[in-house]
Each structure stands twice: as structure tokens, then as C-alpha cells.
Design a binder for this molecule. Structure first.
Ligand code: SR1
Ligand code: MG
Length: 401
């Protein structure tokens, strides 16, 4: 079938014709529930049997802006293939793909409606005791097994070729690494923080460090990244974590994915200025978020190093001292990328609900100033970071603790 954007009814007819999903004659209800920046997302449910699936279809443009921003449909292939690779490595942490259609740029996958988007969970100040363990495992396994250390050299190069993702990478290059640091038309920030934003535009040492981080993103094909691992790309319950939406997947520096997780926990940390009901609640939830940042790193590093010792295919992996240097570079990269991702969510296009749900412009501005200060400190001080507790120290120093 030639490409066309499906209606709710057409999405029902589409899944009805797929083998082994729904019983013949089932009464299927369909709702378009997409609230992300790019795609259509249909939730389709058998009203009697209860079974449900998600149909995700790429539009030939960025939904958040409209048809004036054309965008490749190949991102649906990238997403479906990345999900399938991740599912092979960590099946319990990724939705199951039932079907992919290249012509229609759509994927039919497991419905995760019994989970909640983690960003919403953090805004509600929920705690997820297994999240750090789960995401640490996701990061360690997906990054290790697709890297030059864990993959066969031919397999790695073939994967680099399949995941050339120029249009989606360009979005990141512009929106994470370029536009927020100059007076770009895509920027969208609270007018009350203009002085702080202008300070960033004129901060030459900061821009020099961001340029280095961007150059790493452009050139270092280290592992198959998720590419957009913010808390809106993670579904959670108290006992389960599922990573969705890898349409930005490409070969890049490992620290970029880890930094995305740090950044989004720390954006919520900053937002607690306006989200928490009182000082006690704010301090307690902030302590939980910082502890989670540290736990994510320690889970990642312990599992990654274990894989390195037991599963490395690259012989130089066993050269004395190499893994320690490698891991330290990943942590410092993660800290730097976290800083860029915090700044972009405050200054640039596509903010985060953690901050945007704060109603008062003044209170929101204070939370945004804190996010900007933490983001800058992470970028500028990343080369002094040797362990995750150093991130906590940077945040505490920035907040004045
Ligand atoms: C136009 S897309 C804007 C942002 O949404 C995605 O989730 C990525 O983070 C991208 O930068
Ligand atoms: Mg997304």
C-alpha cells in the first residue's frame, strides 16, 4: 500500500488484516493518542477480549511544527530495527514489535498502557525503586554489544551503515548543540530569563566546551545509541521499565544516552522548585533524584565492566588500564551531554513538562535559572568528574548546599 497517513478507522482495518493479532470479527476501538513531537500513535483495543496494540506511524513532517518541516519516513525503519536489536539484548526492557511496514512507515507493537510515562511519574513525585537497575542494564547491554568492544568488527561496521540517520541527527545537532547558544528563531524561552540566556550566548568558554561535545556527537561512532533517551521515552511501573521511541538511533558516543537520563532527572530536580508543596517534600524528592543519578551510573558501570571482562571481542580490551580510562571518558561525556540537554530544554524548541507545568512565570523562571546553572556547571566541570558522587557535588554546590 502506497504511503498515506492513516485515520483511526484505517488503523483498525490495518491491524485486523494482520495474522495472529486479533480474533476475526473482534470489535476494535481505535484512538489516536500521540502527544509527542513527531508521529501518529494509535491505541487499538479489542473491546471484548481486552487485548490491545499500539500502531505508530511516521508522518512525512515533524508533527510539532507541521508540513513546513519535512522529515524522512526512514525514521520508522530506524526505530523498528533499533527496537528489534534492543529486544534481542534486553527483551524485558523494550516493547515487542509485532509488525513493521516500510511502505506505510508504521510499526505495530506491544501496548504498554499499564505503565506510565516516566516524566509524568516524576512530576507526580512517584519513586521507582527498580528504575536505576533497569536502565543501567539497558544502557550497559545495548551500548556494549553494539560497540567495537562487544561486537564483531564486521557486524559493527554493518550496523553503522544501517543506522546512518542524517535528518534526525541534524535535529539534535541544531536543537541540542547549536540553536540554544545563539539568538536562533527556533528558541522558545520564558522572557523572564532573557538575561541568563543572553549570558549563555556571550559565554565564550562555555560555547567552546559545547562545540567539543557537539564534535564528539558528529564524529564518534562508538555504539548504537537510542539517541533520545529522555524520561518521555521511558515507560515505568514500580516493578517494570520499558524504553520506547528509538527513532533518533544512530552510532554515536555512549555518554550521549547516559547523559540524557541524567539530564532529565536533573531537569525534574530543578523543577521541584515549583512542583514540590513544601521545603521538606522538595528536599526529600531532590535527594531521591540525585541518588537515582548515582545509581544509574553505578548500575551501568558495574554491568558494562562485567560484560567487558567476560564478553569482549576486541583483543585490546584486555590491555591493562584501558577499561578504566574508557569508563572515565564515558562518565565525563555523559556529564557534558547532560549539561547540553538541560540547557536545550530551557532555551530551545521542545521544552519539558516538568518545567512547563509550573503555572507561575516567576516561579518557573527560578526553576529554569537553576536548570541553566546546573547545566553550565556540568559542561564546564565535566573533566574533573571521576565518579557519580561528583555529579551530586556539582549540583549541591550550584544550589548553594
Ligand atoms: C522536532 S523534534 C524536537 C525534539 O523532540 C524529540 O523528542 C527530540 O528530543 C527532538 O529534539
Ligand atoms: Mg520521541
Amino acid at each position: 500500500m502506497a504511503y498515506r497517513a492513516l485515520t483511526e478507522q484505517e488503523a483498525v482495518e490495518y491491524v485486523r488484516n494482520l495474522p495472529n493479532l486479533f480474533a476475526t470479527g473482534a470489535t476494535l476501538a481505535s484512538h489516536e493518542i500521540g502527544d509527542g513531537n513527531l508521529n501518529l500513535v494509535f491505541h487499538i483495543r479489542d473491546e471484548e477480549g481486552g487485548k490491545s496494540v499500539i500502531v505508530k506511524q511516521a508522518l512525512p513532517y515533524a508533527r510539532v511544527v507541521g508540513e513546513s518541516w519535512p522529515l524522512t519516513l526512514d525514521r520508522a525503519r530506524i526505530e523498528a530495527e533499533a527496537l528489534q536489536i534492543q529486544y534481542k539484548l534486553v527483551p524485558e526492557l523494550v516493547p515487542h514489535v509485532y509488525h513493521y511496514d516500510a511502505e506505510l512507515a508504521l510499526t505495530v507493537m506491544e501496548d504498554l498502557s499499564d505503565h506510565i510515562i516516566m516524566r509524568k511519574g516524576l512530576i507526580a513525585k512517584n519513586r521507582y525503586p527498580l528504575f536505576a537497575k533497569h536502565i543501567g542494564r539497558f544502557l550497559a547491554h545495548t551500548l556494549f554489544y553494539t560497540s567495537d568492544i562487544g561486537a564483531h568488527p564486521y557486524e559493527k561496521k554493518a550496523l553503522v551503515g544501517s543506522f546512518i540517520n542524517p535528518e534526525l541527527c541534524k535535529i539534535t545537532e541544531d536543537l541540542v548543540f547549536t540553536d540554544p547558544y545563539e539568538d536562533a528563531s527556533t528558541n522558545n524561552f520564558n522572557p523572564l530569563i532573557r538575561p541568563e540566556v543572553e549570558d549563555i550566548w556571550h559565554n565564550a568558554p562555555l560555547k567552546r566546551e559545547i562545540a567539543k561535545l557537539k564534535y564528539g556527537f558528529l564524529t564518534r561512532a562508538e555504539a548504537l545509541l537510542h539517541g533520545d533517551l529522555h524520561t518521555g521515552s521511558i515507560f515505568v511501573t514500580e516493578t517494570s521499565t520499558k524504553v520506547i521511541d528509538p527513532e533518533f538511533a544512530y552510532y554515536g558516543p555512549l555518554g550521549f544516552d547516559i547523559g540524557a537520563v541524567f539530564a532529565n532527572l536533573l531537569l525534574n530536580y530543578a523543577a521541584q522548585h515549583g512542583l514540590a508543596k513544601n521545603d521538606e517534600e522538595r528536599e526529600s524528592y531532590r535527594a531521591y533524584l540525585l541518588e537515582t543519578v548515582e545509581d544509574v551510573w553505578s548500575e551501568f558501570v558495574s554491568q558494562f565492566v562485567q560484560l567487558w571482562h567476560k564478553q569482549a571481542k576486541e583483543r585490546s580490551a584486555h590491555v591493562e588500564g584501558f577499561w578504566q580510562d574508557y569508563v572515565k571518558n564515558v562518565l565525563q561525556d555523559a556529564v557534558g551531554y547532560a549539561g547540553c540537554k538541560m540547557l536545550r530544554r530551557v532555551i530551545g524548541l521542545a521544552g519539558v513538562a516538568d518545567l512547563n507545568t509550573i503555572e507561575s512565570d516567576e516561579v518557573r523562571a527560578e526553576a529554569e535559572r537553576l536548570a541553566l546553572a546546573i547545566g553550565q556547571a556540568l559542561i564546564l566541570e565535566r573533566t574533573q568528574v571521576a565518579e557519580a558522587t561528583d555529579i551530586t557535588a556539582i549540583v549541591n554546590k550550584t544550589v548553594g548546599l
